[in-house]
Design a protein around this ligand. Structure first.
Ligand SMILES: CC(C)(COP(=O)(O)OP(=O)(O)OC[C@H]1O[C@@H](n2cnc3c(N)ncnc32)[C@H](O)[C@@H]1OP(=O)(O)O)[C@@H](O)C(=O)NCCC(=O)NCCS
Length: 169
């Protein structure tokens, strides 16, 4: 079951995300800074006992590139509201069961619902170049590579991907 994350879930999200992204940077620092921003929403996938299996985080930003975390800073300078899938992670023991797809589809659905009123035309994300499994998941769900030469904080090569959103209801 997917539900909106509450403040009480933040420590679990930070621990789970920091573990999932430990190669990419200090996410024990980055995730809390994202979670405290008003335009950032998070969801948790939980089992029937209420235990978290994974989470997704979506950020809506005014497109001032300098005001955004470096990891999600777009290559182009523009204006308006943008939507970024900031994080998607499933605990290792629950991967390859379709849960990542379900969370991703949930985030896409939310972004599509607010797109017309917010004039958001695409949902974007950054993924490590070596993370081909995640890239397959994103490609299967409509994301295309828009920049093949991005980098993370620690210099790992990354791809920026984007998926068009319908801007008419
Ligand atoms: C990337 C990630 C979120 C994917 O989550 P997931 O729950 O494993 O994703 P899914 O199960 O929906 O899809 C993964 C694969 O399992 C397959 N699958 C889905 N349901 C399945 C099932 N019931 N039985 C067998 N395989 C299944 C999918 O077809 C897919 O196959 P593919 O590897 O050939 O593309 C997860 O691996 C993860 O958290 N990784 C670490 C963090 C990370 O890399 N995050 C993304 C970068 S931002």
């Amino acid at each position: 079951m997917i539900r909106r994350a509450e403040v009480a879930d933040h420590p679990w999200i930070i621990a789970t995300g920091a573990e999932a992204y430990r190669e990419l940077g200090d996410y024990t620092r980055i995730l809390p800074s994202w979670l405290e921003q008003p335009g950032v929403l998070a969801w948790i996938d939980q089992d029937l006992q209420g235990r978290g299996r994974g989470f997704a985080m979506l950020g809506f930003y005014l497109d001032d590139p300098n005001a955004r975390p470096p990891e999600v800073r777009p290559p182009e300078v523009g204006s308006g509201v943008v939507a970024d899938l900031l994080a998607l992670a499933i605990l290792p023991g629950f991967q390859n069961k379709g849960l990542g797809t379900k969370l991703l589809l949930h985030v896409i659905d939310v972004a599509e619902r607010v797109a017309p009123s917010s004039h958001i035309s695409s949902l974007r994300l950054t993924v490590a170049e070596i993370n081909v499994g995640a890239q397959r998941l994103y490609a299967r769900n409509g994301f295309r590579i828009v920049d093949g030469s991005a980098t993370y904080d620690r210099g790992q090569r990354a791809l920026r991907m984007a998926r068009a959103l319908k801007t008419t209801p």
